[in-house]
Design a protein around this ligand. Structure first.
Ligand SMILES: [Zn+2]
Length: 83
C-alpha cells in the first residue's frame, strides 16, 4: 500500500476541514500533521507484530489548538492510501 506524502495529507485536510468547531471547547484552530500514525488492536498489553490478531488502522490526528482534543481521521477511508 502506498502512503501519501506530507503535502497530499495537508491538502486533503485543508480541503475538508474548513470551519469545523471543536465539540469540547468550540475552538476553531486545529493543528494538523503531515504524518500517518497507527492504532493497533488491543492484545492484553502485548505488542503483536503481524498475524490475525494484529489489525492496524492508519490514522491522521487533528488536534484542537485550544484544548488538545484530538480527532483521528482514518487514512484509508480518505482515499489517500493507495494499493
Ligand atoms: Zn477544543
Amino acid at each position: 500500500m502506498k502512503n501519501p506524502n506530507g503535502e497530499e495529507i495537508i491538502n486533503f485536510l485543508n480541503s475538508r476541514w474548513a470551519g469545523a468547531v471543536c465539540p469540547l471547547c468550540q475552538g476553531r484552530e486545529w493543528n494538523i500533521t503531515d504524518k500517518i500514525f497507527e492504532l493497533r488492536e488491543f492484545n492484553n498489553g502485548d505488542l503483536v507484530l503481524g498475524g490475525p490478531n494484529c489489525s492496524i488502522i492508519p490514522i491522521v490526528p487533528v488536534t484542537c489548538g485550544k484544548c488538545g482534543n484530538t480527532i483521528f481521521i482514518n487514512a484509508v477511508s480518505t482515499g489517500l492510501m493507495r494499493e
